[in-house]
Each structure stands twice: as structure tokens, then as C-alpha cells.
Design a protein around this ligand. Structure first.
Ligand code: SF4
Length: 328
């Protein structure tokens, strides 16, 4: 039986691409990817809805160097969409070979995204993946050069589609045709497309090139402050973030929180193993600024814990303009 491996995000386009290929009696396997910047949860849910066998690959280790230096540059934020797609296709191609499948396909639509899905970008993505001749785009195939699986008769080109542009009319019609009434958002919640997240990520790249997975994962929550080239403070924005941060504290961090009043908890992290008391004071003054109760008190008591040693310090609240200056 002919088998195709489809890149599957769980969005409408990748779902429709699976349906169009399946309609030809071809066996379809889905593949999706995880890194600290995008997860597979949506793809897993969507795959269940259409009964698609799905393989999830964690590509973090190879993805981070690519993200720091993408040969084809970034989109609006730190999203290296062209190189990201090419790399995913390369991984999917390796998987295709491993399972003895015949071709790859994606839900890309010509012209749907001006920068990453124009004719040039689609061709670069396929070429850079190393599997150029085997990459089929079922939704736009009739507008693109004929691929090897089509010319070899594994896929009937006449049953592939000719969708292009940003309008979603044809996709909506197909969704109704296939009975798809639930699907995930197109970018799949990729953190690399959010400017707030990318400021924190850029700061991490600039100050801590050898950051571990934990540091990437810490970027997802809280307000972040750059205290020095080695040190940053992360403060919870609400109760649930405070609770999450509390769970993330490591013995080498300073865990910081207000005494006798409600306010944010924080983690002071350093990329060298020693702490500077001036930086801890800075962090404590920022924590004091965000405490709600006792707003009119000039001084506040802040507790700092490191390696199970508890220190109590009394500080003034940092003026808001100074806090804003340190915010990443
Ligand atoms: S939006 Fe994110 S996951 Fe999607 S191609 Fe771009 S960088 Fe990759």
C-alpha cells in the first residue's frame, strides 16, 4: 500500500491535506514536533478527532542552534518559519525512510502567508529538507511543479487541489465536505511568533548562550527583569504563576517573596555560581514595588532563601520608572 507522511499541526490546512490524500486510498501517517517553543498537544487532539496515527518527535536539541542562526532569517518576531519548515520536513523525511513510506506532504497553501508560503519559500523549504522531489502540497499541488510521487502514479494529480491566497473560503467548503467542525488555530500557538516572549528569548540568547532547557521553560511565565549581565529576576504575575514559579525553584536560585503581606514570589537566577548582594537588594526592591498591601508603607520586609538559608531584608520600593527600565 502507498503510504504518505504528513506534517501535522492540527490546524485546518494540515487536516485537509490528510483528508485529500486519504481520499485516494493512500495510507496516511502524521508527524508533529515539540520544542520549548511549540508543543504537540493541539496536534494530538486533532489527530484523535480524524483517527490519524501520529508520531511526536522532540527536536529541541537540533532546533535551538537553528533558531539562533536561521539561514533564511526570521519572520516578524523570532520565528524562523522557512528554516523551521525545512527542518521539520527533513525530520519527517528521515522518518519516512525509516518506516518505508513513499512520500511527504504538508498543508502549505501557495500565497497563504506572504513571507513563508510564496512560490520561492515553498521551493526553498522542499530543497533545504533534502527530500525536494518527494514533497507534495495537496492543497496547492496543481499550481506547483509535478512531484515524483505524482509522476510515478502513486498519487493522482488530477484529484489534488489548486488553492492559493489568503482567503479561506475553499478550505471552509472542504471542512464542511469532510465534516470537520473543530480545528486548531493556524500558528498552533508557536511562542516564537509572540513579541513579548521573543524579547525574553533574545535577552537569554544575548546573556546566556549555553542556557539549559529549564531556562527556556522559565521564559513562559512571569515578569522578567535583567539585573546584570549574569542575573535576572522572574516575578509571578498572579497566584497561579506564583505557584508555578515556586515549583521551579532550584537550590542554586534565590527564592524571594514578601513577608507578612501579599505580593509576587520571584526567582533570582544567575548563570554563574555566586550571588551579589547588591543584585539581591535590587530584586527585593522590585518585589516590594509589586506588593499590593501596605502600598503606602515606605519600607517592606522581603525574605530571600538560597540553599535553605533564609535571609530577611528591609528595603524601600523601587520607583516604577526604574522598574520599567530593568524589565525585559
Ligand atoms: S510559526 Fe513557529 S512552528 Fe510554525 S513554522 Fe514558524 S517558527 Fe515553526
Amino acid at each position: 500500500m502507498v503510504t504518505g507522511v504528513g506534517l501535522f499541526s492540527g490546524g485546518l490546512d494540515s487536516t485537509l491535506a490528510c483528508m485529500v490524500i486519504r481520499d485516494q486510498g493512500i495510507d496516511v501517517k502524521g508527524i508533529t514536533f515539540e520544542t520549548p517553543f511549540f508543543l504537540a498537544e493541539k496536534a494530538k487532539k486533532a489527530a484523535q478527532r480524524i483517527n490519524l496515527p501520529l508520531t511526536v518527535l522532540d527536536i529541541t536539541e537540533e532546533y535551538i542552534p537553528l533558531l539562533k542562526n536561521p539561514p533564511n532569517g526570521y519572520g516578524k518576531n523570532l520565528n524562523p518559519c522557512i528554516d523551521c519548515h525545512a527542518f521539520m520536513l527533513k525530520c519527517a523525511g528521515d522518518y519516512m525512510k525509516q518506516i518505508g513510506a513513499d512520500f511527504l506532504f504538508t498543508g502549505e497553501v501557495l500565497g497563504e502567508r506572504p513571507k513563508s508560503q510564496n512560490r520561492w519559500a515553498l521551493s526553498v523549504v522542499a530543497k533545504d529538507s533534502g527530500y525536494e522531489s518527494l514533497v507534495v502540497r495537496p492543497l496547492s499541488a496543481q499550481l506547483l511543479p509535478t512531484t515524483k510521487p505524482e509522476s510515478a502514479g502513486l498519487i493522482d494529480r488530477s484529484k489534488l487541489l489548486a488553492i492559493s491566497g489568503r482567503g479561506r473560503k475553499e478550505q471552509m467548503r472542504l471542512a464542511t465536505h469532510y465534516g470537520i467542525d473543530e480545528y486548531e488555530t493556524p500558528a498552533g500557538g508557536c511562542l516564537l511568533t509572540y513579541s513579548g516572549y521573543c524579547s525574553k528569548l533574545k535577552d537569554l540568547f544575548d546573556h546566556y548562550p549555553s542556557a539549559s532547557l529549564r531556562h527556556y521553560s522559565l521564559l513562559k511565565n512571569g515578569r522578567h527583569f535583567r539585573l546584570s549581565s549574569h542575573t535576572k529576576l522572574i516575578l509571578g504575575k498572579d497566584k497561579s504563576e506564583n505557584e508555578r514559579l515556586e515549583l521551579e525553584v532550584q537550590p542554586e536560585d534565590v527564592f524571594i517573596y514578601p513577608q507578612d503581606t501579599k505580593g509576587p514570589v520571584g526567582i533570582v537566577t544567575r548563570n554563574i555560581d555566586c550571588y551579589d548582594t547588591d543584585e539581591i537588594l535590587l530584586a527585593a526592591r522590585i518585589v516590594a514595588r509589586y506588593c499590593k498591601q501596605g502600598e503606602h508603607e515606605i519600607e517592606m520586609i522581603i525574605r530571600c532563601q538560597r540553599h535553605a538559608v533564609d535571609t530577611v531584608i528591609t528595603v524601600d520600593r523601587m520607583p516604577q520608572e526604574d522598574v520599567d527600565r530593568l524589565r525585559i
